[in-house]
Design a protein around this ligand. Structure first.
Ligand SMILES: [Zn+2]
Length: 267
C-alpha cells in the first residue's frame, strides 16, 4: 500500500496518478474538509461539492473509486498525528508526504526513519517578492541514507515551533499572520505547479518500484527558470534521523507526538 498524507492540492494529484497507475491499495489521511478557497486547485473537488461538509478524504476516495472501484482504500479522516493516522502509515510500503507544515514533515521524517519506510516528500512553493519565484521539490528519504533534514530541506526551527505547544504556535501566528493573510487574498492558482511536483514524485516512485533505476533523492523544480534539476548535494554526514533513528521502531517513541496532542495544529 502507498499512503498519501494530506489529500489537498498536491495529494489529490498523487491520488489520481496512483489510481491510474494501477495500485491495488491506497491509503489517504487528512482531517480537513474542502473549503471554497481550495476549488481552484483540487483535482478531487467537483462544483456540486457542498462547503462545509465534504471531508477531503471522501472526495479523494470518490476520485480513486471512479478510476477503479476495485482499489482498496484505507481512509483516515483524522490528523496524521493520531492513532489511526500512525497505524495507516505503518501499514504502508511507501509514504507520500503532501503536507503544508514543517512540523508534519518532521513527524513523518521520524516515523518513516524509525520504521524503515521509503518516504517521498513533496512541496510546491511560491514566493511573491521582487522576483516572482515558483516551483517546488521532491525529496526521497530511504534506507537511512538521506532525509529532509540532512538534505537541508526542513526548517527545523519552524518545525519545532509548530510542535512546541500553544505558546510557541501563538508566537508564530503573530509573526506570520499578516503575510499569510496577504498571500491568502492574492495567491495565484497553483494547480499546474502542484501537478508538476506531484508528477515528478509519482514518476520517481514508478521508476523505483519497476526497477528502472533508483529514485533521485532530491529533485528541484524551478518553474520561473523553466528547469527541473536533480540535486547532486551530498547529505550531511552523521544525520540523527538517518543514523540514530533508522530502524529503531517503537524505541524511537514517535507516539510522544500523539500524547502531546500536536495533531490538532498540524496541516
Ligand atoms: Zn538524514
Amino acid at each position: 500500500m502507498a499512503t498519501i498524507v494530506g489529500v489537498g492540492g498536491v495529494g489529490g494529484h498523487v491520488a489520481q496518478q496512483l489510481a491510474l497507475a494501477g495500485l491495488g491499495s491506497i491509503g489517504i489521511i487528512d482531517a480537513e474538509e474542502l473549503d471554497d478557497t481550495n476549488r481552484n486547485r483540487y483535482v478531487t473537488a467537483r462544483v456540486s461539492d457542498k462547503v462545509p461538509g465534504m471531508p477531503k478524504v471522501d472526495i479523494a476516495e470518490r476520485l480513486i473509486k471512479e478510476i477503479d472501484p476495485s482499489i482498496e482504500i484505507c481512509k483516515v479522516q483524522d490528523s496524521l498525528v493520531s492513532d489511526s493516522g500512525f497505524q495507516a502509515v505503518l501499514r504502508s510500503d511507501y509514504v507520500f508526504g503532501c503536507v503544508d507544515s514543517e512540523g508534519a514533515r518532521l513527524v513523518l521524517t521520524e516515523l518513516c526513519a524509525a520504521y524503515r519506510l521509503p518516504y517521498f516528500d513533496i512541496a510546491s512553493d511560491i514566493e511573491v517578492g521582487d522576483i516572482f519565484r515558483y516551483g517546488g521539490r521532491v525529496c526521497f528519504a530511504s534506507r537511512g541514507e538521506c532525509c529532509l533534514v540532512c538534505l537541508g530541506q526542513l526548517d527545523m526551527g519552524e518545525a519545532q515551533q509548530e510542535l512546541g505547544g500553544p505558546e510557541a504556535r501563538k508566537l508564530r501566528e503573530a509573526i506570520y499572520g499578516v503575510e499569510r493573510n496577504y498571500l491568502g487574498r492574492a495567491g495565484p492558482s497553483v494547480v499546474s505547479i502542484n501537478g508538476v511536483v506531484a508528477s515528478l514524485a509519482v514518476t520517481e516512485f514508478m521508476v523505483g518500484v519497476t526497477g528502472i533505476r533508483e529514485p533521485q533523492r532530491l529533485i528541484i523544480y524551478r518553474g520561473n527558470m523553466g528547469r527541473v534539476l536533480a540535486s547532486d548535494d551530498v547529505p550531511k554526514p552523521d544525520c540523527f534521523y538517518c543514523k540514530g533513528l533508522w530502524g529503531q521502531g517503537d524505541r524511537a517513541d514517535t507516539r510522544r507526538y500523539i500524547r502531546a496532542g500536536v495533531g490538532a495544529f498540524l496541516r
